[in-house]
Each structure stands twice: as structure tokens, then as C-alpha cells.
Design a protein around this ligand. Structure first.
Ligand SMILES: CC(C)(COP(=O)(O)OP(=O)(O)OC[C@H]1O[C@@H](n2cnc3c(N)ncnc32)[C@H](O)[C@@H]1OP(=O)(O)O)[C@@H](O)C(=O)NCCC(=O)NCCS
Length: 197
């Protein structure tokens, strides 16, 4: 089931389009990813750990399964008025049959577009899309999970507002630039209830 593109208002008065990501977005997603990592907020990678070029990045997305068209990947982007990508979010299902009802969520908003409602829009529409999806045999995603740094208050507030709960802590999971050890949280949302997003 494909996502129908939607025009959406942002908090600064501008509008944007939320749509399904395609393989053609790889170069723009590469630029977006770099900008998010360079801002050093909420992320776990350094810039020099990113793929060196857009082609390698595209290859990694493909190998991760994010470009699959078989109902195992749900990638969304928000495109600004000038055509640049303001944010992206995806849910990727785990391949094993016993785990296929589990989707792993990732999200990132361009530093210059943060706080405008892009993250909330992406989360809301992504969860709606996944809730509505049914496989040919009627199966669907029943659990969405994510990992978030314990010091990422903005992201945690957003996830909680959408019903995600804290399920566990990986203590001292990452070492910040100043050497501080930071926990990270596993958060989960069950889609077994009839409503929710
Ligand atoms: C976390 C992130 C996805 C949120 O997206 P965003 O577009 O900036 O957030 P929104 O403008 O949609 O705000 C969503 C919610 O975040 C919370 N929020 C926003 N700004 C906040 C702040 N400065 N402090 C605490 N919470 C804040 C609010 O709960 C807000 O809800 P509201 O819509 O009721 O105001 C985005 O900031 C981001 O990509 N950050 C860097 C990378 C990252 O942290 N990714 C997530 C890794 S798990």
C-alpha cells in the first residue's frame, strides 16, 4: 500500500509536502543526513563515519531494505517549498517471520527545520500508514520500536506524546564528545488497539 502525498502547513507559515521516499531521493537524503549529523544533536555518529558519497549512501539504504516495495519498508520524506528535504522518517520491518510484525523506526529533521512541526507530522503520518497496511495474507505491523539517547528530551517528548513508552535502558551506551557516558532508551508502541495515532 502506497502513501498518498499530502500538502501540509508548517509552524512558520510555509507549506511542505509529505510523501513516500523513492530511490531517486538518495542524493537529497544523503545531504539531509549529513546536515543532521553535523549539528551533533540526538545522533550517535560522527560525520566521518557517514558514507563518503551519495552512491555509497544509496547502496547502504538499498542493502538495509529501505527501498523494498514488498511492504517491509515505510520511508517518508518532507519536501520544502524549494524542493530540499526537511526531514525523513522510516519504519523497517524485521525480516524473520516470527518478527515480521515488528517495525524499527528512525527519524531525522534538518537542523534548520527543527521545531516547526516536521517531526510530529512525520511520526503521525508514518504511524497511520503502517497501521493501515495489510500484507497479502492479512498480517500487519503490531509493534513499533526505536532507540533514543536518554539526553534527547525533544525526541522523547515527541515519542511519549504519540503513545510510545519506555521499555528499557542501555546504560552507558554511548560516549559523548566530552567523554560523558550517556544512556539510551528502548521505546515501544503496540498497534494492537483499534485507535491511537
Ligand atoms: C527529534 C526531532 C525528530 C523532532 O522533530 P522536530 O520537527 O524538531 O519536532 P516538532 O517541531 O515536530 O516538535 C515535536 C515535539 O517535540 C517536542 N519539542 C519540540 N521542541 C522541543 C524542545 N526544545 N525541548 C523539548 N521538547 C521539544 C514537543 O513535544 C513537540 O511537540 P508539540 O508539537 O506539541 O510542540 C528533530 O528535532 C531531530 O531530528 N533532531 C535531531 C536528530 C534526532 O534527535 N533524531 C531522533 C533520534 S531517536
Amino acid at each position: 500500500m502506497h502513501f498518498q502525498p499530502l500538502q501540509v502547513p508548517l509552524r512558520d507559515g510555509r507549506s511542505a509536502v509529505i510523501r513516500e521516499a523513492t530511490a531517486n531521493d538518495a542524493a537529497a537524503l544523503f545531504v539531509l543526513d549529513r546536515a543532521i549529523v553535523r549539528a551533533r544533536q540526538g545522533i550517535v555518529k560522527h560525520e566521518d563515519e557517514l558514507p563518503p558519497d551519495a552512491a555509497t549512501f544509496a547502496d547502504q539504504r538499498e542493502r538495509a531494505g529501505l527501498t523494498k516495495q514488498d511492504g517491509s519498508a515505510f520511508p517518508l520524506v518532507v519536501e520544502g517549498e524549494g524542493g530540499a528535504l526537511l526531514g525523513e522518517a522510516s519504519i523497517l520491518r524485521i525480516g524473520y517471520r516470527m518478527l515480521r510484525h515488528v517495525g524499527v523506526l528512525g527519524i531525522g529533521v534538518h537542523p534548520e527545520a527543527q521545531g516547526l512541526g516536521v517531526g510530529r507530522l512525520l511520526m503521525r503520518h508514518l504511524l497511520q500508514w503502517v497501521r493501515a497496511h495489510r500484507d497479502a495474507d492479512g498480517q500487519r505491523v503490531l509493534r513499533v520500536e526505536l532507540h533514543v539517547r536518554a539526553d534527547n528530551a525533544r525526541a522523547i517528548a515527541l515519542y511519549r506524546a504519540l503513545g510510545f513508552t519506555h521499555e528499557g535502558t542501555r546504560r552507558a551506551f554511548l560516549r559523548a564528545d566530552d567523554g560523558t557516558l550517556v544512556d539510551d532508551f528502548l521505546m515501544g508502541l503496540l498497534l494492537t488497539d483499534p485507535e491511537g495515532t
